[in-house]
Design a protein around this ligand. Sequence first.
Ligand code: PAF
Length: 277
Amino acid sequence: MREFSRSRHGAGSTIVLVPTMGALHEGHLALARAAKEYGDIVIVSIFVNHTQFGPEEDFSAYPRTLEKDCLKLEKEDLAAVVFAPSQEEMYPDGEPKTWITVNRLSDHLCGISRPGHFRGVATVVVKLFTICQPDVAIFGLKDAQQFYVIRKLTADLNLGVEVIGVQTVRETDGLALSSRNQYLTKEERGQAPILYRAVSNAKELVESGIREGERIREQMLSDIQEANLGRLDYAEVVGSADFYPVEILESGSTVIAAVAVYFGSARLIDNQIIRVP
Ligand code: PAF
């Protein structure tokens, strides 16, 4: 993989990496389409990374559909290369001894409900960057906290990769596309757009002049209560610098209204990134 990237760099090409865990849906394809605008050669990596899953999480059940994924990419000529390493190639010693930890940004929200998750993400992303040697890397903004964690580690470690976020792709009723939506029953699927409604209402409140983080949070909580099949994980308004809750929203700052809700075994997340007027 590295030889390929070096030779393309040598020929003057710009390389764009789209890291994924496969089970590609329209959201991933939107990332690959965006990638084409940022460089000459698009690499899509497909690797279900065990180090970012907790012991009780869905690592073994996570959908693995490599052939179908390749066909989807091929159909639109979206990738020059699919990099799909094996578990042994990525982690020859099993559990890595070297970890990348991004303090503070990883502590709250998904950092609480998924201990060790961001350490696993950060570590595999650095490995993918050093293997694939991209100039640009593309991530979905549905995982806003992940995006900010990766952008921070890339800057802190001077990795020289431009990290680009791409807007969330949604179903017509607002539900953010996710590989985990396939775990939902029909009834749960019917209620799942509540996440989008909650974060959209939060955005509207900010735009209408509300500045108390707690007031916005209460609205999100009451929205989510409408879904009786959902079980709240979190609903918060956090600052983009550290992903900690914001008491009073400062004009000109960027905040994220973020929610996570369990529907049965599926844990869904959504957010709105809001520039405070
Ligand atoms: O967003 C994902 O699919 C994963 O967290 C990533 C960035 C590919 C790392 O495994």
